[in-house]
Design a protein around this ligand. Structure first.
Ligand SMILES: NC(=O)c1ccc[n+]([C@@H]2O[C@H](COP(=O)([O-])OP(=O)(O)OC[C@H]3O[C@@H](n4cnc5c(N)ncnc54)[C@H](OP(=O)(O)O)[C@@H]3O)[C@@H](O)[C@H]2O)c1
Length: 458
C-alpha cells in the first residue's frame, strides 16, 4: 500500500481522479466530517489510524491549534471518478492510497497537469466598470414563475437557483446551459469549486443564443478563504469575474469566516498536514468587500457560513449591511434559530445543500438520507411530487432562497418544477419536526480556528 505524502497530494491536486488506476481509499481528515453524534465513527477508525499519523494530525491551524480529534472519523472506498483531488480535499477528504500504485498508462502525473490559462490577459480585459447590457437587441425577456425576494439593498434576487459545487467542469457547462433554457436565473458559483470558467462559457453562450439576458441573471460567487487579506479581495473578485466572463456579479459572498494563508493553494498545509490559517479578521475583509460595491464589481455583498455572533460584529461596522447569509439548510438541519435571527435583521437565508448533499465525498452509506426519509416520501407521494421537490418547496415556503445542485438534465428540470404546488401548513409542520441537528458540511477539522463558526449554537 502506497501512501502519498501531503506535498505530493498538493502537487497532484489538479489532476482528475481517473488518471490513477486501481483501488483507492479515501480518508477523511480527523473531525472533518459530520459532527453529529448520529454519525457513527465506525470501526475502521482504529484500523486506519496510521494514515492519520502519516499525514500528521491534519487538523487545526498550524500555529495556533492542535488537533481536536486524533483519528479519521471514517474511511470510505471509492473507485476513481472525475472529481479532482482538490475538490475532495476542500470538503474534507484526504485521498491517500492507491493499492496497486501503478498508473496503467504508465503516464507521469505531472504530464497531465493542464496548463493554466494566462489570467493576466483576462484580468486586464475584465474591469469594465459600467453596467453593461450584454444583450443582443432582439432578445426579449422571457417570463419565469420563480418567486423573487427584494434584498435589503433594493436588488431583487430569485429565490431559486442552481448549485455548482462538485459539478465537474466537463459537465457543468451543459448543466448551466440546460438550466438557463429551462428557466433558472440564479447560478451559485465559487472560486473554490474550480469550475467558474466552464460556468462562464455556458453563460456567454446562452446570452449569445438569446436564451437569457445578462440583466435577467443573478450570478453569485464567493471569496475563498485564502483571499481574506483586504488587499487581496479585489483581485480575487476580478479573478471570478474573469473566469465567469462577466463585468459584474450580482452577489459576492465571504465563503467562510475562517481565513487561510494567502497563496496559490486553495488549502495551504504545513509540514504536519495541518491547514495554515491566518488571523485576518473577517471584519477587515468585509470593509474590502464594501469597496467592491463602490467599484461596481458586484451589486450586492453577503456572507456564507457565518454565525449570529459573527454577523453582529460585521453589522456594527458595516456601511453596507450583508444582504444574505448562505448556510446549510434542509429538513434534517432546518436552522430554525438562525433563520429567525436573520429574518429580524432583514438578511435572506440562502439554503445550501437543500437535498442534504447526498453525494458529498465523505457521505456515509448508512447515514440518514433526507431524500429517502419516509415522511418526505409520503408527502411526495400524496402531492404527486418527488422528494427533492418537497425539500426545495419547503425552503421557498419558509421564505428562504434555495440552490439545489444537479448536473443531470432530468433533475435540473424536475427540481425547477416547484412553483405550481403548495405544501399545506400541516405538511410544513411535519417537515419541521424532522430536524435532527445533523450538519453535513461542518469543516470540523478547523474547529479550533479562532473564527470557526459552528462552535456556537447558531
Ligand atoms: N457556501 C457554502 O459553503 C456551500 C457549501 C455547500 C454547498 N453550497 C452551494 O449549494 C449548492 C447545493 O448544495 P450541495 O451541492 O451540497 O447539495 P444538494 O443540492 O443538497 O445535493 C446535490 C446532490 O443531489 C443530487 N440531486 C439533485 N437533484 C436530485 C433529485 N431530484 N433527485 C435525487 N438526487 C438529486 C445531485 O446529483 P446530480 O448532480 O448527479 O444530479 C447531487 O449529487 C452547491 O452546489 C453549492 O452551490 C455552498
Amino acid at each position: 500500500m502506497k501512501i502519498f505524502n501531503i506535498n505530493l497530494l498538493k502537487l497532484i491536486s489538479k489532476i482528475p481522479f481517473r488518471q490513477y488506476s486501481g483501488e483507492y481509499r479515501i480518508y477523511h481528515f480527523p473531525g472533518f466530517a459530520n459532527t453529529s453524534n448520529k454519525d457513527n465513527v465506525g470501526e475502521k477508525k482504529q484500523k486506519k489510524l496510521h494514515i492519520s499519523k502519516t499525514l500528521g494530525a491534519a487538523s487545526g491551524i498550524s500555529d495556533t491549534l492542535t488537533a481536536q480529534n486524533s483519528a479519521p472519523e471514517h474511511a470510505i472506498k471509492s473507485s476513481p471518478t472525475k472529481k479532482s483531488f482538490t475538490n475532495l480535499l476542500l470538503e474534507g477528504t484526504t485521498v491517500v492510497t492507491n493499492t496497486n500504485s501503478k498508473s496503467p498508462s504508465g503516464e507521469c502525473a505531472e504530464k497531465k497537469v493542464e496548463k493554466k490559462p494566462d489570467k493576466s490577459k483576462c484580468l486586464r480585459a475584465v474591469p469594465r466598470l459600467k453596467w453593461v447590457n450584454e444583450l443582443p437587441e432582439d432578445c426579449r425577456a422571457k417570463k419565469t414563475d420563480i418567486p423573487t425576494v427584494k434584498l435589503r439593498d433594493g436588488y431583487v434576487m430569485p429565490m431559486f437557483g442552481l448549485g455548482t459545487w462538485l459539478s465537474p467542469s466537463a459537465k457543468v457547462e451543459k448543466a448551466v446551459k440546460h438550466a438557463l433554457k429551462v428557466g433558472y436565473r440564479m447560478i451559485d458559483c465559487a472560486h473554490a469549486y474550480e469550475n467558474e470558467e466552464a460556468v462562464g462559457k455556458a453563460i456567454k453562450k446562452s446570452i449569445e443564443k438569446c436564451i437569457v439576458k445578462r440583466d435577467e441573471l443573478f450570478i453569485t460567487s464567493k471569496l475563498w478563504n485564502t483571499f481574506h487579506d483586504p488587499h487581496l479581495v479585489m483581485s480575487a473578485c476580478r479573478q471570478s469575474l474573469c473566469d465567469l466572463n462577466l463585468s459584474y456579479l450580482n452577489l459576492y459572498l465571504i465563503h467562510w469566516p475562517m481565513g487561510y494563508r494567502a497563496g496559490d493553494e486553495l488549502i495551504p498545509y504545513d509540514a504536519c498536514g495541518r491547514v495554515i490559517g491566518t488571523r485576518v479578521d473577517y471584519v477587515e475583509t468585509w470593509k474590502a468587500m464594501e469597496e467592491l460595491v463602490a467599484r461596481r464589481l458586484t451589486r450586492s455583498i453577503g456572507l456564507a457560513n457565518f454565525n449570529k455572533h459573527q454577523i453582529e460584529r460585521i453589522w456594527k461596522i458595516a456601511k453596507i449591511k450583508p444582504v444574505v447569509n448562505q448556510v446549510e439548510c434542509h429538513p434534517y438541519f432546518n436552522q430554525k434559530r438562525l433563520m429567525a435571527y436573520l429574518k429580524k435583521k432583514g438578511i435572506v437565508l440562502i439554503a445550501y445543500s437543500p437535498l442534504g448533499a447526498p453525494a458529498r465525498p465523505w457521505v456515509k452509506k448508512d447515514e440518514p438520507n433526507v431524500l429517502h426519509d419516509n415522511l418526505i416520501k409520503t408527502i411526495a407521494f400524496n402531492t404527486g411530487r418527488t422528494p427533492a421537490q418537497i425539500c426545495i418547496r419547503y425552503q421557498i415556503q419558509r421564505g428562504n432562497a434555495v440552490i439545489p445542485k444537479s448536473v443531470t438534465p432530468s433533475r435540473i428540470e424536475s427540481n425547477f418544477d416547484v412553483t405550481n404546488f403548495e405544501l399545506s401548513d400541516e405538511e410544513m409542520k411535519i417537515i419541521d419536526k424532522l430536524d435532527k441537528k445533523i450538519r453535513r458540511v461542518s469543516l470540523s477539522m478547523l474547529a479550533n480556528h479562532p473564527h470557526y463558526p459552528f462552535n456556537d449554537k447558531f
